[in-house]
Each structure stands twice: as structure tokens, then as C-alpha cells.
Design a protein around this ligand. Structure first.
Ligand code: ADP
Ligand code: ZN
Ligand code: ZN
Length: 733
């Protein structure tokens, strides 16, 4: 007997599948078992992917498997099929897609995990002549809070000694982190609610598909508070009754504690919560519980899709429009919606996507009957909040130059008097600045790409970072001739300061990247506010999700334009989603909610649709723009970033790459729409020592982009230049 084996290592050279002989005394070998095998002069780990009776390679050329490392298999044939599909679909290496499936922490059961963090105060002391590996690590860490040591080593493919020498030089911190687990015993058990008519219809439809073992795909479109989560819970219960398992994906665990609580309180220890903060050992424990069948439901973020259930009936993706479902940082850059769909196909299970604001592509697919559309139209109990839009140019014209409109000021004051709580929301400011006219709201946009131009102060230019179009900075508004055209900038700190000035007696909490740096601080602020220990909570995106606080009756959006003008083709969609989500935080108890959106662009369709809470109206406008400017779902995009420490090398190589891509597309003689944009400087033009340029390829044929990916994967390129690509990126910023 022979076994085909992939080595458990990250290297292009070991991408090959090797054949080994199975010794007589090694019985019961299965696909997915971990073994050690000899190669060259060393012994390495690998996984069995096939067992055969016959090998084409002559017997005397083959070696024996040395050892079997576990008494169970790590993945079954179906999971292996998924890994092969990922390899092809995302054009990654098999070892990379297998790595997604194999549980981390398989070897040791550590209680604590080692993390790495950049000491920002030393940034200025970094020298260009550091070893390139070390510079790479510093670069990588520069825009992150902290990262698991094991992830750093794995993803950058660097050695521990490179990391350790940086630690010795004092540039980074290596520390242990204790991680909390959800303790099942702490939550009171809940029973299912009698479903409403609408809920009942949805449940019966999906249940029927699960029962019949159909590979069906549903999109559940229901406003916030319409009872989607209750539908999930009841469907899972049905699944368990049928002897099947379920996976629930949520965007981010720490931001949705209340949702997690509901799953635990309904299903107790039949649930495994796979949170990214688990230590390797804990993650492995949960993996084992699932594998042994002790658990029926896995709730988690992206990688919970790989939970090793053997009889899946249902996969739920809650808030399916969220960005976190796409892996954007590391290879394989997969979208979990696609992986889930494939897993359902392989397992004959049902996929259920849910959202109050479905992603444009998802709704498009639903309208084309690729998903079955289910709706929950009514909010349960209380009505949706009343949304008002205030034009800030008008405020200014009428003599109010505060960051609060008179309407918002009045409502905050009213809430303070009534003892009700207020949330003030401001999207985190981007890395780039857009320019806008304070008098008429005009924002300069690229004529080719319809995205906001970015102001580059140094050159005094406005640039499009999709196609490279640029023009001089304007000092007079082309629309209304006003001189008050400039870039906007307000932060959450400023809002806090002004609130304290205006309402000195109010108690204020702030939740943003600065106040949530330490572990658990997010939860702490949340519970403080929930307990009623503050009147006003000021925050960024972090507060847009999952907050269900009955006493919050007022939500103020300080400046909707910040999201609206993120230089990305999804900015309109993001704005609508965020505003809807934020608005959904108001009036969740018995008192109705009010929402005030401040903006300079009160006639923008995203803002108008958010005001009327009319998703379908928004969809109609948005899909129209997507078609005209040829963005998804009408095309596929590929974002290629070329980076390195010498600017001219980066520019030269970007130009060279452009030609290579051009030739690849021409050669492929595939028809349809194809366009290469750029090369242009990336929106973050320079991250520490690296200059970054980008090329965007648009094509109506995804196959062409895979051809391009193939070329990039095998391209020989000079040492100081790196290339990364993202196929079907969630955003290009
Ligand atoms: P969504 O997930 O769509 O935001 P939820 O499932 O959280 O909606 O439901 C909103 C609120 O309505 C929750 O407080 C929930 O407990 C309640 N609810 C949901 N379904 C029912 C029902 N059938 N009967 C009574 N209350 C319900
Ligand atoms: Zn103007
Ligand atoms: Zn452009």
C-alpha cells in the first residue's frame, strides 16, 4: 500500500505531492492523518491525502512512512475536497488552503498565547540597513495592534530568530496573553418564542430544505429587530432534532457579545464559541469536542467555517454584508461566503445568509434567483426609529459653526433632561483626506472611476488612486464658487471636548481605537454604558453593531460624509449600511428612537435612502452606478500592490508588471470587458519604509484574473520588490 502525502510546510518547493510506502505494521491509516516521513536527510511532518494500492514510481525509489502522529484523522475527504477547491479558486498553494483546515494548536496545549507588538516609540530609530527580514516584520507590525507570534511567523514565513533579535534590540514586545472563555454556566437558559407568521414561513421553508438534504441557498432580508436571530435559533434547534450540525458565522465576536449570549443561553454546552482570542490549546480543545460529536453548533468568526463537523445541515452567515467575512490580510485571501457555499454543496447542506442591508452582490444574486429570497418586513414590538437629516452647510450659513447642529443639540439636551441615553457616532477618519465644499457639499471625484479624489498636500494635487488621474488642488468650488472648499477633519476626542463644554454635567464615555487598546476595555465601556453609568457614548464603527440598550433613544451621526467619501467603489454601500446599522441602535426598548444624521450632502442617494430606511430604493440606484462604471457584480476586480524600499524600483517594476499583465490578458483570447488601471500610487503611498504602487485589473471574466494570478505566483522578481494580490477584494484602500 502507498500513501500520497503533502508536507506540512510553507514553501513553494514542497508544494508537490509525495508518495511513501506504508509499512506492514501500520494499519487503519486514513485520509487526513498526520505522519512523519523522511525527505532528503531530515524527517518532516505531512498529511495523507490519498491511499492507493499501486504506485507508478518503482518500489526501490520509495521510502516508508516513519510514524503516525495522532490516532485520529485531522480532515476527511470532504474537507480535503474543500481545500483543493480553495487552491484553484483563490489560486493559492494547497499547503496554504490546508492550513485553514488544520486546527492551530494541534501540538501543544498551551494555556497562554504569545503575542507580538511593535513599540511605536522606537519607530524613528529604525535604520534602512537593518536585515530585510527584520524590516519586513516591523513593516508588518506597524499598522497592527498586536498579533499572535505563531501567526506572524507563519504568515510572513520568517524565522523566530529574526523576531527575537528585534525583541533584543527593543523594537518589539513579546508578551503572554491570558484569554477568556465564554463560561456556559453563567448564562440563564432561554426557551424558544412563539414565532410570528412571517418567522414561521421563513422557518418552514428553510427547515424543509434541511430535511430533504438539499443544497439550497437563502438570503434572509429583514430589518433590524425583525426577529432574524430568533429564526436562526429555531432552525438550529430543528437541525439538532434531525441529528444534524450547524455553523453560525458572526462578523466579530467581541463586538457582538449579546448575540453570542443568545446562542449559549439557548443551547448551553452544545455550542462551541470559536473566538479569535482563544489560545491555541483552547481552540484545539473546542476542535476536539466538535470532532468527537460533543458539540452540535459552532458559533464563530471566519475560520469557524472549517469546524470539523461530519453531518452539517445548516450554515448561517449573520450580517452577511460585513467586510470581516473576507480574509484581506493573508493568503489564501478567501471570502467565507464562497467557502461556505462550496462546503454546503459538498455536504448537501443549506446556506442561510442574513442581513438588514444585504451586500449589493448578494441582493443581485437573489433577484437572479441564485439565492432564494426570504423577507421579514416588520420589526417586532416597536417601530423603526424616526430618521432626520440635517444639512450642515445650512447650519453654517445661518451662523452655527459648532460641530453640532441646532437640532442635534436640542435633542441631546432633551435626552439629558429625560434621563435617556444618547449615542454619538463618527466614522473613524481615513488615512486620506477628501476635499469638500462647506457651502454646497461638492466633493471632487474622478471622472473615470467615480470615486472621491484624495488630497496630497505635499504636491498640492488631487489624485485618483484607482486610475492615477490627477488634477491641481482647487481653491474655489467649481460648483458654487465658494472659497470654503477644504478637507474635513473632526475626531472623536474633539466631540468629547465640545460635549463637555456644552453640557458640563453630563457623563460621557468614548469608545474608539484609543480607549479600547487594552484587553477587555471594549466590554467594560459597553457594560458601563448599559448599566446607565453614562448619558452619552461617543464612538466609531465599534458601536454600530450588536448594541441593544433599551434606554438609548437618540443616535446622532456627526458627519456622514466621512464614510461617503472613502475612496472606494463601495463607499455608497458602506454609508447606507453603517447609517442603517447605527440608526438601529436607537429605540430598542419600549420608547421610540430618534436619529439625526448630519451631512453636507443631504441629497446623496445613500443618505436619502438611509433616512427613509429604504434598502430597495438604495439598491436600484447603486446597481445602476455599478453597471455604468463596471464594478462588481458586473465585473471582477483584482488589486495588485507592488511594494519595496526604493521608490524608483517600485515604479519601474510596476510599469514592467503592467506590460506583463497586458500581454497575459491579450494572450488569453477570452472575450468580454477587460481593463487595467494604473499603475498609480496606493492610497497609503508609503508604509514606513515601503513605497506602494498598485494596479487594478477589471474583468468580466474571473478566469482571466486567475490567469494573471498564475503569472504573479510564478514571476521571478528582484529581491527588494514584493508583490501581493487580492482577487475580488472587498475594498481597494
Ligand atoms: P434581528 O436579529 O432581526 O435583529 P431579533 O431576533 O434580535 O431580531 O429580534 C428582535 C427582538 O424581538 C428581540 O428582543 C427578540 O427577543 C424579540 N423577538 C424575536 N422573535 C420574537 C417572537 N416570535 N416573539 C416575541 N419576541 C420576539
Ligand atoms: Zn460649493
Ligand atoms: Zn480614476
Amino acid at each position: 500500500m502507498f500513501a500520497q502525502i503533502v508536507l506540512n510546510e510553507f514553501s513553494r518547493n514542497t508544494e508537490k505531492v509525495f508518495t511513501y510506502k506504508i509499512p506492514e505494521n501500520m494499519k487503519n491509516l486514513e485520509i487526513g492523518m498526520r505522519v512523519s516521513v523522511p525527505i532528503n536527510k531530515s524527517i518532516v511532518e505531512g498529511y495523507i491525502i490519498k491511499i492507493t494500492n499501486y504506485s507508478e514510481i518503482p518500489d526501490n525509489k520509495l521510502k516508508y512512512i516513519i510514524n503516525v502522529l495522532d490516532d485520529y484523522s485531522i480532515f476527511d475527504e470532504k474537507m480535503l475536497k474543500l481545500a483543493f477547491w480553495m487552491k484553484d479558486y483563490y489560486n493559492c498553494f494547497l499547503s496554504e488552503s490546508l492550513q485553514c483546515i488544520i486546527p492551530t494548536g494541534i501540538k501543544k496545549g498551551e494555556k497562554k498565547v504569545k503575542k507580538v507588538k511593535l513599540k511605536k516609540e522606537f519607530l524613528s530609530k529604525i535604520k534602512e540597513d537593518f536585515p530585510s527580514r527584520q524590516l519586513e516584520i516591523l513593516n508588518f507590525l506597524s499598522n497592527k495592534d498586536s498579533i499572535y507570534l505563531s501567526d506572524l511567523i507563519r504568515n510572513l514565513n520568517v524565522s523566530y530568530s529574526s523576531v527575537y533579535s528585534l525583541y533584543k534590540k527593543g523594537f518589539i514586545d513579546i508578551f503572554y496573553e491570558e484569554v477568556d472563555r465564554f463560561n456556559v454556566g453563567e448564562y440563564a437558559r432561554t426557551k424558544k418564542l412563539a414565532p410570528t407568521k412571517e418567522q414561521e414561513y421563513v422557518i418552514s421553508k428553510v427547515k424543509d430544505s434541511i430535511e430533504r438534504g438539499l443544497f439550497d441557498k437563502y438570503l434572509l432580508f429583514g430589518v433590524t429587530g425583525s426577529g432574524k436571530t430568533e429564526v436562526y435559533l429555531q432552525l438550529i434547534e430543528k437541525c439538532i432534532d434531525m441529528g444534524k450540525d450547524a455553523i453560525v458565522l458572526v462578523p466579530e465576536i467581541s463586538l457582538t457579545p449579546q448575540t453570542i449570549e443568545r446562542f449559549i443561553s439557548r443551547f448551553g454546552n452544545l455550542v462551541a464559541v470559536l473566538h479569535s482570542g482563544l489560545s491555541r490549546g483552547e481552540r484545539f480543545d473546542e476542535w476536539r469536542r466538535i470532532k468527537k460529536g460533543e458539540v452540535k453548533v459552532a458559533v464563530g468568526v471566519r475560520n469557524a467555517i472549517f469546524a470539523p463537523f461530519s453531518n452539517i445541515g445548516l450554515i448561517i452567515i449573520d450580517e452577511e454584508h460585513e467586510n470581516t467575512y473576507k480574509q484581506s490580510d493573508f493568503r489564501p485571501k478567501y471570502n467565507v461566503k464562497e467557502v461556505a457555499e462550496k462546503r454546503c454543496e459538498i455536504e448537501k447542506a443549506v446556506l442561510l445568509l442574513g442581513s438588514a442591508t444585504p451586500q449589493i452582490e448578494s441582493f443581485y444574486r437573489a433577484l437572479k434567483n441564485e439565492y432564494k429570497l426570504l423577507r421579514l418586513k416588520d420589526r417586532i414590538g416597536i417601530e423603526l426609529p424616526r430618521v432626520e437629516v440635517v444639512n450642515m452647510s445650512k447650519e453654517l450659513a445661518e451662523g452655527n459653526n459648532s460641530i453640532f447642529s441646532r437640532r442635534l443639540y436640542k435633542e441631546i439636551k432633551l435626552n439629558l433632561i429625560k434621563g435617556e441615553q444618547t449615542i454619538l457616532f463618527l466614522n473613524r477618519r481615513g488615512y486620506s483626506s477628501f476635499v469638500s465644499c462647506r457651502d454646497c457639499g461638492y466633493v471632487p471625484k474622478c471622472p473615470n472611476c467615480d470615486i472621491s479624489l484624495t488630497y496630497h498636500a505635499f504636491e498640492g494635487k488631487l489624485k485618483c488612486h484607482y486610475c492615477g488621474y490627477n488634477t491641481d488642488m482647487v481653491s474655489i468650488c467649481p460648483k458654487c464658487k465658494s472659497k470654503r472648499i477644504r478637507y474635513l477633519g473632526i475626531g472623536t476626542e474633539r466631540i468629547e471636548k465640545d460635549i463637555k463644554k456644552l453640557f458640563p454635567k453630563s457623563k460621557v464615555l468614548r469608545m474608539d481605537v484609543d480607549t479600547t487598546k487594552t484587553k477587555g476595555s471594549h466590554e467594560k465601556i459597553f457594560y458601563e454604558f448599559k448599566k446607565g453609568n453614562a448619558d452619552i457614548l461617543i464612538g466609531t464603527q465599534m458601536i454600530s453593531k450588536g448594541f441593544d440598550i433599551p434606554n438609548v433613544t437618540l443616535v446622532g451621526v456627526i458627519l456622514a460624509d466621512v464614510t461617503l467619501n472613502i475612496p472606494d467603489f463601495r463607499s455608497g454601500e458602506r454609508t447606507f449600511q453603517l447609517l442603517t446599522q447605527v440608526a438601529g441602535r436607537a429605540g430598542r426598548g419600549t420608547k421610540p428612537g430618534r436619529v439625526i444624521i448630519q451631512t453636507y450632502e443631504d441629497d446623496n442617494y445613500s443618505i436619502l435612502a438611509a433616512k427613509n430606511q429604504d434598502y430597495e430604493k438604495f439598491y436600484k440606484e447603486e446597481i445602476h452606478y455599478r453597471e455604468i462604471f463596471k464594478y462588481p457584480p458586473f465585473t471582477h476586480l483584482m488589486n495588485i500592490v507592488i511594494y519595496g524600499d526604493i521608490k524608483n524600483d517600485v515604479i519601474d517594476n510596476a510599469a514592467r508588471l503592467y506590460n506583463i499583465i497586458y500581454k497575459t490578458i491579450n494572450k488569453s483570447n477570452k472575450k468580454g470587458y477587460n481593463k487595467i488601471l494604473g499603475p498609480s500610487s496606493a492610497p497609503i503611498e508609503r508604509i514606513k519604509n515601503n513605497y506602494r504602487w498598485q494596479i487594478i485589473v477589471k474583468s468580466s471574466d474571473r478566469g482571466i484574473l486567475l490567469d494573471v494570478a498564475n503569472v504573479l505566483n510564478t514571476l521571478k522578481i528582484q529581491k527588494n520588490i514584493k508583490i501581493s494580490f487580492d482577487l475580488d477584494p472587498i475594498s481597494i484602500i
